[in-house]
Design a protein around this ligand. Structure first.
Ligand code: GLN
Length: 476
C-alpha cells in the first residue's frame, strides 16, 4: 500500500466508533492547545450530522475522514463567526454545499478553523478571538486568512480542511505552513454557505496533506449547484487536452523575493527541466496594477456585503439602546475590528457617487486587461509558475511586515482571483527550517492539469508534517 493509502487508514481509524471519536477529540484538543488552529472542536457534532446523512457513500475515498472548516463556511449546528466579534455566538442553521457534499461522501467535519476577520488579512492576526501560530515555528504567523485551516493540516490534526480564497487566502497560508492549497476556478465550487466578503473574487478552496487528497476533495465539492447561480460544471466534466511534457511560463524578472523564495523558484524550474518540461520566460505587464485593482474591487464589494451586520438580524447587538440609529452605529463600532472598518471605509470611498468612474470602473477595466493578458499567455504555455508570497512566514506584530506591506505582497496571488483561473500552491521543501510554497496557475477549469503536474513534482509523496505533529504512533 502506498503512503497516502496508509495515512488514509490511519485517519479512518480515528473516527469510527464513539470511543475512537472520544480519543480523537482528546488528541486533537491537546494538539490544538499548542497551535490554536481551531475556534471550535466538536467531532461528536460532526458525526451526528453524518448519521443524519443516511445516504453517505462508504465507497468514497473520503469516507470516514475528519476535516476542518474555516469559520466563514457554514456547518449546521457549529458556530459561524468569520473570526469577528459581530457574529459572536452565532450558530449556523444549515451547511454550505461544499460541506453537505463532503458529508454525503462520508467525511466528518470536526471543527471550525480560525481566520482573519471576514477573510481580511494575510496572517490570521486579525482574528477577534485567538492567535494561531505556525506549527513550524511558534514565533511566526501561519499566514492568512485561512491560517487555522493550514495550521491544522500542517500539524496533522486533520488530513484536509476547507478554506476560502479571495486574494490568496488559501494559497498563502498553505505556502507558510507547507501544505497544498487549491484556489479553484471561480464558479467551479458552490459558494452557497460561504459568508460573502468580495463575491466576484472569492472561492471555497482546499488545504490538504497531499495532491491526491486535494484532488479527491475538489472532485467531491465541485460542480453545479442550484443554490449558487455562479456555479458551473466546468472543472468536474472537462477533458483537458494538455499533457506532459508541459510548457511552463516562468517570470523573467522576480525582484523583491526573499532569497529563500527565489532559490526555491529556481530549483523548481530546474526540476521541471529535468522532467523534460519546456520553460518559457514570460512577463506580466499588468502585474503592477493587480494589487490596486484587487483592493478597489474587494473593498467595494466588502462595503456592500458587510452592510447586513447591524445587530438586527445576526450575532451581536449593543444592549440598552432604544433608538435604531445608535444601536446600528454602536453595534458596528464595537463589533468590527480595525482592519474591517478600514476596508468598509475604503470601499465606501471608492463607490461614492460621482467617483465611481475614477476608481471602481477603472479597476474593473484593469481586471479585464489582466484576464486578457493571462488568457493570451495560456495560448503559449500550459501553466504559469509563480511565487505565492515574496517571503516565508513572518513574525507576529508589524515589525517585520506592516499591514500595508502585507497588502503589497498579495501581488502574486490576487492575479488568479481577478482572472478567475485556478491555482495550486504546493510545498517545495524547507529553507532555514520553514516551508516555502510556490503556485502553478492553469486556464479556467483545468484543475486536473494542476493536480497532474503537482503530483509529478511531489513524487506522489504527502507533505512533511510540522515537528511534534499528531501522528499514527500516538493512536495505536
Ligand atoms: N490578503 C488578502 C486580503 O487581505 C487575501 C484575503 C483573502 O483571500 N480572503 O484581502
Amino acid at each position: 500500500m502506498n503512503e497516502v493509502g496508509r495515512k488514509t487508514l490511519f485517519w479512518r481509524g480515528l473516527t469510527g466508533s464513539v470511543e475512537q471519536r472520544k480519543r480523537y477529540n482528546k488528541l486533537i484538543t491537546e494538539a490544538d492547545s499548542e497551535i490554536s488552529a481551531f475556534l471550535e472542536i466538536n467531532p461528536e457534532s460532526g458525526a451526528s450530522l453524518l448519521r443524519k446523512n443516511s445516504e453517505s457513500q462508504t465507497s468514497s475515498p473520503l469516507s470516514g475522514l475528519p476535516f476542518g472548516v474555516k469559520d466563514n463556511i457554514a456547518v449546521e449546528k457549529f458556530q459561524l463567526t468569520c473570526g469577528s466579534k459581530i457574529l459572536n455566538s452565532f450558530v449556523s442553521p444549515y451547511s454550505a454545499t461544499a460541506v453537505s457534499r463532503l458529508l454525503a461522501a462520508g467525511a466528518v467535519p470536526v471543527g471550525k478553523a480560525n481566520m482573519d476577520e471576514f477573510g481580511m488579512g494575510s496572517s490570521t492576526e486579525n482574528s477577534a478571538y485567538k492567535t494561531t501560530v505556525n506549527p513550524w515555528d511558534h514565533a511566526k504567523v501561519p499566514g492568512g486568512s485561512s491560517g487555522g485551516s493550514a495550521a491544522a493540516v500542517a500539524a496533522g490534526l486533520v488530513p484536509f480542511a476547507l478554506g476560502s480564497d479571495t486574494g490568496g487566502s488559501v494559497r498563502q497560508p498553505a505556502a507558510f505552513c507547507g501544505t497544498y492549497g487549491l484556489k479553484p476556478t471561480y464558479g467551479s465550487v458552490s459558494r452557497y454557505g460561504l459568508v460573502a466578503y468580495a463575491s466576484s473574487l472569492e472561492c471555497v478552496g482546499v488545504l490538504a496533506d497531499s495532491v491526491e487528497m486535494t484532488k479527491n476533495v475538489f472532485t467531491v465539492i465541485g460542480g453545479k449547484d442550484p443554490m449558487d447561480q455562479t456555479s458551473s460544471n466546468g472543472s468536474v466534466n472537462s477533458a483537458d487536452a494538455a499533457a506532459q511534457p508541459y510548457t511552463i511560463g516562468v517570470l523573467s524578472k522576480t525582484e523583491g523575493l526573499d532569497p529563500a523564495v527565489a532559490e526555491a523558484y529556481g530549483e523548481t524550474i530546474e526540476q521541471m527541466k529535468l522532467l523534460g518540461w519546456k520553460i518559457r520566460e514570460i512577463s506580466l505587464n499588468t502585474q503592477e496594477y493587480v494589487v490596486p485593482a484587487y483592493y478597489t474591487i474587494a473593498t467595494a464589494e466588502a462595503s456592500a456585503n458587510l452592510a447586513r451586520y447591524t445587530g438586527i438580524r445576526y450575532g451581536m447587538r449593543e444592549k440598552d439602546i432604544t433608538d435604531h440609529e445608535n444601536m446600528v452605529r454602536l453595534t458596528r463600532e464595537n463589533g468590527f475590528g480595525d482592519e474591517v472598518k478600514l476596508r468598509i471605509l475604503l470601499g465606501t470611498y471608492v463607490l461614492r457617487s460621482g467617483f465611481q468612474d475614477q476608481y471602481y470602473v477603472r479597476a474593473q477595466k484593469i481586471r479585464t486587461l489582466i484576464r486578457n493578458e493571462i488568457n493570451t499567455l495560456f495560448t503559449k504555455v500550459d501553466m504559469i509558475l509563480m511565487p505565492v508570497f515574496p517571503t516565508q512566514a513572518f513574525r507576529f506584530g508589524s515589525q517585520e511586515m506592516t499591514p500595508y506591506q502585507q497588502k503589497l505582497a498579495d501581488k502574486y496571488t490576487v492575479t488568479a482571483n481577478l482572472a478567475g483561473i485556478p491555482s495550486l500552491s504546493f510545498p517545495t521543501g524547507l529553507k532555514s527550517g520553514l516551508p516555502v510554497g510556490l503556485q502553478l496557475m492553469a486556464p479556467d477549469f483545468c484543475e486536473s492539469r494542476l493536480f497532474d503536474a503537482a503530483g509529478v513534482l511531489s513524487g506522489g509523496r504527502s507533505i512533511q508534517l510540522a515537528p511534534g505533529a499528531m501522528s499514527a504512533g500516538e493512536v495505536s
